[in-house]
Design a protein around this ligand. Structure first.
Ligand SMILES: Nc1nc2c(ncn2[C@@H]2O[C@H](COP(=O)(O)OP(=O)(O)O)[C@@H](O)[C@H]2O)c(=O)[nH]1
Ligand SMILES: [Mg+2]
Length: 204
């Protein structure tokens, strides 16, 4: 006798898998964020900052950083038994921008990490997602020593649409990162639900 899945009652339900991008400036905490929540050993391609890379990678403000992510960070987190997120950290340096379009394909949404001491470093990521209509939220990574600003002040400074969530976080803390990820999934679902509404109403 062959034991098929019908012998066990309900067939196993494959979880929904969603792709989330993690973007932001160099040294803002993308690799840290992915590493804080990933259930698989994060695939990292850190490279020692070389003399050759130094004039290219702007290190002002991140002087203690000695490695840089060359290609990308990759991780996975099961938010619920039926919902798995795959996280892709986008490369922070301008010279790897050509990878972004590949990474963005099929993404549900994105987290743009920001450091209030260097807010301008995330302008490029914000522009990128706005231009492609990819839903995103801004995670303000609260480094010690950085002044705390209310979420609305950050939203104004970044000139964000009023509906873009701005959430304070600590990229090193699993629960804080999980909270950010839940926020981006909910925001992206809300956006896709609202953008479907006009189409649905034309059917009635
Ligand atoms: N104090 C503090 N340090 C952080 C935080 N997030 C990242 N770091 C540190 O900042 C540096 C840059 O972070 P990393 O994740 O490599 O930045 P990436 O270039 O965006 O991937 C690392 O030395 C981290 O340990 C944070 O929330 N607080
Ligand atoms: Mg990195």
């Amino acid at each position: 006798m062959i034991f098929g899945r019908s012998d066990r009652g309900e067939p196993p339900v494959a979880p929904v898998t969603l792709k989330i991008l993690v973007a932001g400036g160099f040294g803002v905490g993308k690799t840290t964020l992915v590493g804080a929540v990933s259930e698989i050993k994060p695939l990292r391609t850190e490279e020692m900052l070389s003399e050759a890379g130094r004039p290219v990678d702007d290190l002002s403000g991140v002087e203690r950083k000695t490695t840089t992510t060359v290609a990308m960070d990759f991780g996975r987190i099961t938010l619920r038994e039926d919902l798995v997120l795959y996280l892709f950290g986008t490369p922070g340096q301008d010279r790897f921008w050509f990878l972004w379009d590949e990474l963005a394909t099929g993404a549900l949404g994105a987290v743009v990490l920001a450091d209030t001491r260097r807010l301008e470093d995330c302008f490029a990521a914000v522009d990128y997602f706005e231009r492609r209509s990819i839903p995103f939220i801004v995670g303000v990574n609260c480094f010690e020593g950085a002044a705390r600003y209310p979420a609305d002040a950050v939203r104004d400074a970044l000139d964000l649409d009023g509906q873009v969530p701005v959430v304070l976080c600590d990229a090193r803390e699993r629960d804080s990162v999980k909270n950010i990820l839940i926020e981006v999934v909910e925001h992206a679902m809300l956006i896709s639900a609202t953008s479907r509404e006009p189409a649905a109403s034309t059917l009635s």
